[in-house]
Every structure is written in structure tokens, then in C-alpha cells.
Design a binder for this molecule. Structure first.
Ligand code: NAD
Length: 421
């Protein structure tokens, strides 16, 4: 690929995965970049007056990957690591994920390079509102719809929605998903990703003949996705033996008190301070023996250094991009030992229920939690069957099968629509 504005290890990873699957699908070289390169990107500077009276400027981004199937859709991340390459990779993965789930969206992603934990509530609100205000010319409920991701939550979505609506002179709830229910959000969205991860972890257990009752799990990341996944797994009898966040990691082979951990995280926003005796080196946590490993924090945590040491039977990827291509090659070789539920499939519950929220908002007709959950599990099971069938038919990994279905769906739509002008 000719040099581009999009760079960095996460972007390189998205490209390597794409080239691998494009080889498998025998996509001609000259058709590849039309599928892979993001359609458009907005970079903004967001000045915010801090509580100490000084002004800080935060860099913000939004990448829309392709517009072929409908509006773009994707989360907004507030994290120090955010740069345009990372956001572009996440937007590209969203495209394949939406296509695999059969949603009428292209992928998008946005982010601000900031540690939200270092901002006061007022500063966080000012930054959220300024970022959204800068985005107004670029997005819209039929153009690009935002959602939460790492470092953002329902409250941030409510500020986004309020800011956008104030500029339109009317309430436009459909501009974001993952909003509080009081502002037009859907029941079940907050829990959707974590519950979906647990649902597919149970499917994987069925597949390898493992009973949930008494199975053991380690969950990395205890935010929206990780905490809900851990809670849902524990409710069906899975013993959570390890958890971590960016401040602490705990391990107890006899099982951790998940309710106490959830309470601690709710009150303190972090896991640090929960226990001294149970602490473990975060890197060591990932390689402890367990039946199920759930990376639910960030990218590139399963890599060439630790993949051979993993002692789990299932990896259920709650995070986006937690496994590097080098580690993936090893997992492919260890396919009989470790069953991988790849991110595109495993964490799709979030965007599926976001789609439900968007549809409910457009129609102003709201569903019950039972309806949302039933439709979510039906959608995930459909994707699960497709991925398993494709992996078996082509003799490829679940990840490659998920990518192949996603890429092929977008490719077919582009071919049928033709090249403009
Ligand atoms: P969040 O901000 O709610 O939680 C992130 C968690 O990861 C926090 O507990 C944080 O402390 C922890 N973390 C950060 N760095 C860590 C490290 N080095 N080691 C261990 N833990 C670390 O974010 P989230 O919404 O739960 O998102 C987590 C992952 O799931 C991201 O990869 C995100 O892209 C992905 N995802 C989220 C959704 C969603 O609906 N929120 C949907 C699909 C995928």
C-alpha cells in the first residue's frame, strides 16, 4: 500500500488481517484498497477551559470507513492512546462486524486523545460537548451515528445528544446510541456487549463439551464489557478466578466474589483497593490456567510473547483487536486446544442493540427488555452459525471465517452498486 495518513501498530494489524482474508477470497489486488481504505476522516482540535483556569487543546478524530450499505456507525473512545491510525482500524473492524451481523451500516469510529480519569466531571462535560459540536458538519442520524466505547458512557452520550439537538433546535435522539433510557435509549444497551460475549462463550462451551457450572474464567478489563460479561458468566455458575483493570489484577483459584468486585468498581470506578492478598502481576494473570479467557480491555494484549503460554480452552474476545496477527498464527496452529470466538462475532452485541436503539428512535416505538434480548440472542446465534459453517467448509479459523463473511458482504454491495462516476 502507498504511504497513507493512517499509521501505527493497530492500523497495520487491521491491514494484515484484511490482506490475509483478501488472499483467501482471491480478491484482485486492484480491488483491495477500495474496500480497505477509509472513505473520510475529520480531525479536530477541542479547546477546553480547565478548572484551574488554563486552556487545554485535545485532539479528536472521527473516521467513516465506507458508505456503501447505509449510514456509518461506531463508538467514540476517550483514551490517551487514541490516534488517527487506531481510530481508522477500529472503524474498519466495525465495517466487517456490521456486515457479518447483517446490519445496514458502514463502520465508523471516533476518539479523543485524553485520559478521562484525569478530568473533573465539569471538564469531561465541556470536552464531550466541544467534541460533538466540532463533529456536527460531519455526522447525522442518517449519515453517521455515534455510540460509547472505552472511556465514554451513557452520560457522555447524553451530552453528545443534547449538544447536537441544541444546534438543530429540536431533539434528535437518533444521533447517538447507548444513551440513558430516560433520553430515548433502549433498555438492554448498557448490558448488550457483555451479555453477548457471555452468550457466545456459552455457545463455545457447548461446542467443546464443557459445562458452565464450575468452569473457570479470567476477565481482563472491568468496564462496561468486562464487568457485565463476568456478572453474566457468574450467574450461570462459571467461577471467575481472575479479573483486572488498568489499576489492579486479582486472582484466586477458589473463585472471586464477583458481587463484591462489582460493588467496589461501582463505588470507586477502579479495582485498586479491593484486596492486597489476591493481587497478581497483570501479565501473569492472562497465562493462569482457566477454561475461559475474556480479554475485554484493549487491543494487542495476546501477542507473540504470551500466546504459547496461554492455558485456557476458550478465548472470547470482548475487546476489539485483542489478538495480534502473530499470536493469531499460533492460535490457528493450536486450534484443537484453544477455541477462539473472534471479536467481530463475540462483541457484536453492542452494535446489534445500538441498531435496535436507532430503529426504535426513528420509529418512536419502544420495545421491552425481553424483546431486545430475544432479538439480540437470535442475531448472535445467526452469525455464530454462519461463522462456524464457513470455518468448517473452508477449513479456516473462526476469525478468518468472520472476516471473510464481513469483507465479502461489503465487496458484493460495492460491486453491484458499481464505481461512481
Ligand atoms: P470501558 O472504558 O468501560 O472499560 C475498559 C476497561 O479496561 C476498564 O476497566 C479499564 O480499567 C480496563 N483497562 C484499560 N487498560 C487496561 C490494561 N492495560 N489492563 C487491564 N485492563 C485495562 O470500555 P468498554 O466499553 O468496556 O470497552 C472495552 C473493550 O471492548 C474495548 O476494546 C472496546 O472497543 C470494546 N467494545 C466495547 C463495546 C461497548 O459496547 N462498550 C462494544 C464492542 C467492543
Amino acid at each position: 500500500m502507498a504511504s497513507s495518513a493512517y499509521q501505527g501498530p493497530v492500523f497495520d494489524m487491521a491491514l494484515a488481517q484484511f490482506q490475509d482474508v483478501a488472499d483467501h477470497l482471491e480478491i484482485p489486488e486492484d480491488r483491495r484498497m477500495r474496500l480497505f481504505m477509509p472513505k473520510r476522516t475529520l480531525m479536530v482540535s477541542c479547546p477546553v477551559r480547565l478548572d484551574n483556569g488554563k486552556t487545554n487543546v485535545f485532539q479528536g478524530y472521527r473516521v467513516q470507513h465506507h458508505l456503501t450499505l447505509g449510514p456509518t456507525k461506531g463508538g467514540t473512545r476517550f483514551a490517551p492512546s487514541v490516534d488517527v491510525g487506531e481510530v481508522a482500524a477500529l472503524a474498519i473492524w466495525m465495517s466487517w462486524k456490521c456486515a457479518l451481523a447483517g446490519l445496514p451500516y458502514g463502520g465508523a469510529k471516533g476518539g479523543v486523545a485524553v485520559d478521562p480519569m484525569e478530568l473533573s466531571p465539569r471538564e469531561l462535560e465541556m470536552l464531550s460537548r466541544r467534541y460533538m459540536q466540532e463533529m456536527i458538519p460531519f455526522i447525522g442520524p442518517h449519515t453517521d451515528v455515534m455510540a460509547p466505547d472505552m472511556g465514554t458512557n451513557e452520560q457522555v452520550m447524553a451530552w453528545f445528544m443534547d449538544t447536537y439537538s441544541m444546534y438543530q433546535g429540536k431533539t434528535v435522539a437518533e444521533i447517538v446510541t447507548g444513551k440513558p433510557v430516560e433520553t430515548g435509549g433502549t433498555v438492554g444497551r448498557r448490558e448488550a456487549t457483555g451479555r453477548g460475549v457471555a452468550h457466545l462463550a456459552f455457545r463455545a462451551m457447548e461446542e467443546i463439551g464443557l459445562q458452565p457450572q464450575g468452569a473457570t474464567a479470567i476477565v481482563q478489563g472491568f468496564g462496561n464489557v468486562g464487568s457485565v460479561a463476568a456478572h453474566t458468566l457468574a450467574a450461570r455458575g462459571v467461577k471467575i478466578v481472575g479479573v483486572s483493570d488498568h489499576t489492579a489484577a486479582y486472582y484466586n483459584p477458589a473463585g472471586l466474589d464477583i458481587v463484591a468486585l462489582l460493588d467496589h468498581a461501582r463505588q470507586n470506578r477502579i479495582l485498586r483497593g479491593f484486596s492486597n492478598e489476591l493481587s497478581i502481576d497483570p501479565a501473569e494473570l492472562l497465562i493462569q490456567p482457566c477454561d475461559l479467557l475474556v480479554p475485554a480491555a484493549m487491543e494487542r494484549v495476546i501477542d507473540a510473547h504470551n500466546v504459547e503460554k496461554l492455558r485456557c480452552r476458550i478465548i472470547a474476545e470482548g475487546a476489539n483487536g485483542p489478538t495480534t496477527p502473530a499470536a493469531d498464527a499460533v492460535l490457528d496452529r493450536r486450534r484443537d486446544e484453544i477455541f477462539v470466538v473472534p471479536d467481530l462475532l463475540c462483541n457484536a452485541g453492542g452494535v446489534i442493540v445500538s441498531y435496535f436503539e436507532w430503529v426504535q428512535g426513528l420509529q418512536q416505538f419502544f420495545w421491552s427488555e425481553d424483546e431486545v434480548m430475544e432479538r439480540l440472542y437470535t442475531a448472535l446465534d445467526r452469525s455464530w452459525k454462519q461463522v462456524r459453517a464457513r470455518a468448517t467448509k473452508d477449513g479456516i479459523s473462526n476469525r478468518k471465517a468472520a472476516l471473510a463473511i464481513g469483507v465479502q458482504t461489503v465487496r458484493r454491495a460495492k460491486e453491484v452498486r458499481g464505481l461512481f462516476p
